[in-house]
Design a protein around this ligand. Sequence first.
Ligand SMILES: Nc1ncnc2c1ncn2[C@@H]1O[C@H](COP(=O)(O)OP(=O)(O)OP(=O)(O)O)[C@@H](O)[C@H]1O
Ligand SMILES: [Mg+2]
Length: 293
Amino acid sequence: MSAMTEPAEKSDTVKIRIRDLHKSFGPKVVLDGVNVDIAPAESLVIIGGSGTGKSVLLKHIIGLLKPDSGTVEVGGMAVETLGNREITEFRRKFGMAFQEGALFDSMSIWQNVAFPLQRLTKMSHGEIDDRVEECLEMVRLEGVADKLPSQLSGGMRRRVGFARAVAHQPEILLFDEPTTGLDPITTALIDEVILDLSDRLKTTTITITHDMESAFRIGDRIAMLNRGKIIAEAAPEEFKRLDDPRVQQFIHGQAEGPLSEEATARKGSREERRGTNEVPDRPEQDGRTSGEL
Ligand SMILES: Nc1ncnc2c1ncn2[C@@H]1O[C@H](COP(=O)(O)OP(=O)(O)OP(=O)(O)O)[C@@H](O)[C@H]1O
Ligand SMILES: [Mg+2]
């Protein structure tokens, strides 16, 4: 391989490159040197305990959060260097289904799914109507187009979010727990759609999930985030056999193990700081709404 051809080959084999990504919120270190590459058309699954920074990582990829240090490159472009106008253009590449659903409450389901098509494509009203219907059918939600999000169940809203993310056939899909709270059959259906998109449209996909069955089904590769770093990454079959006890505890959902010991140690140090053991441990505040979003 000659040195001349290397850069071109690099950009062919890496769609998203994350290097030494650090992010803290106040004193809380969330990402502490994340390194990971995602190839074009690859389906990467990210797993990790609640609060380990999976959603924060995804938000850096789409430029909703800025790194304290380190870089996120998408198609060779450093996301943190993009200006306001460039970032709007840049986001056209993406479809994202947020963990919180993030549907527009005052808009009908039809309007929600049509929104990216109206904004990002030159499709006619008729074409948009067909595509909205197709996407709702894909997630088995025929007949809800005229309803408002508040009239649907949580699982149905999640499926609408999914339909909206894929509607404009983006190059890159980011799914934050797309199947949490869905029954096993609907979960399998969503998994099928994700697989089909990456096979047929060569979409690069990053999915965060807690559902290990889903993770092994849809991932070409699984990466585990723990204490601010990717501590393991491998293809599903290899991942299952990794002998890291943290990986084994997570994939088998065991209450006892090194991950629980870490959580106990963190709780202990908080109690020490308070100088008493009598204060009940309250869940940590999630600053998402008051943060940079
Ligand atoms: N905008 C923000 N401002 C302040 N803190 C934030 C912000 N976003 C996230 N955090 C904090 O960063 C940490 C990681 O949050 P994140 O939402 O990425 O976790 P997660 O791995 O996605 O967890 P879960 O599996 O529960 O969704 C949490 O402690 C959270 O409170
Ligand atoms: Mg999350």
